[in-house]
Design a protein. Structure first.
Length: 235
């Protein structure tokens, strides 16, 4: 079996959108791996997002390779995979152009990203953000309906919680279907599951926050899609 085939098999078995070069280092020498990755990028199977960081592409209806998620989701996944701490990652519009803002707190980060027409910019806020109350209101109607993702991320940060898949994921998935969205759990949904597992939130709170998040995302989805574009050949 040639190296290209080995890489494709390895990629197909990996969960998530992001692939790090170091994940594949054992498959070949550095020079052979560089050549094989270059070929996969040229063929449109991978897209080089940053130094040593690739994203698995998906074909659209016409067979053209496209990124599998919005820019902010991909950047957030890269930072998680690299173990880089951050406060938030948001996709905003600046002067009519899509921009991903990475709030790195007091850290000075310099990693660059290539997202085509989407700019990635770091912002630094040395002061700690306002943290959610550790004891949430038992009244689910009092839970936030706006900026839900940021609220959930801060709550998880306060309790030092990260997501690990459990049977609760199936329950949360059912909530997304009840909200009218047949999608896989995003990072916010996964954090909500982790918060419930650690008993930071209750089942009703999970359901309401998930529903509020999905409804909020439905309202902004039309402006969060990555513009369709050809993917350049890079390595």
């Amino acid at each position: 079996m040639n190296l290209g085939s080995k890489l494709q098999i390895s990629l197909s078995k990996r969960s998530g959108n992001i692939v790090l070069r170091r994940d594949l280092a054992r498959l070949a020498s550095a020079s052979h791996l560089s050549e094989a990755l270059h070929d996969l990028v040229t063929d449109g199977r991978l897209f080089r997002l940053s130094s040593g960081v690739y994203v698995k592409t998906r074909p659209d209806a016409s067979g053209e390779p496209q990124l599998p998620a919005s820019s902010d989701v991909l950047v957030r996944e890269v930072l998680d995979r690299l173990g880089i701490r951050f406060r938030s990652v948001d996709l905003v519009s600046e002067a009519g152009c899509d921009t991903v803002l990475i709030d790195a707190g007091g850290q000075r980060l310099s990693r660059s990203f290539d997202l085509g027409e989407v700019t990635v910019r770091y912002v630094h806020s040395p002061l700690e953000p306002k943290e959610p109350d550790e004891a949430l209101s038992g009244d689910v109607d009092a839970l936030p309906t706006e900026s839900v993702r940021q609220f959930v991320e801060r709550l998880a940060h306060v309790h030092h919680i990260q997501h690990q898949r459990t049977a609760l994921d199936d329950y949360a998935q059912a909530v997304t279907r009840a909200a009218g969205d047949e999608v896989e759990l995003d990072s916010t949904g996964k954090l909500l599951v982790a918060l419930k597992k650690k008993r930071v939130i209750t089942g009703p709170q999970l359901a309401r926050l998930m529903t509020n998040h999905m409804r909020e995302m439905q309202g902004v989805r039309s402006i969060r899609g990555l513009p369709k574009r050809g993917l350049p050949a890079q390595h």
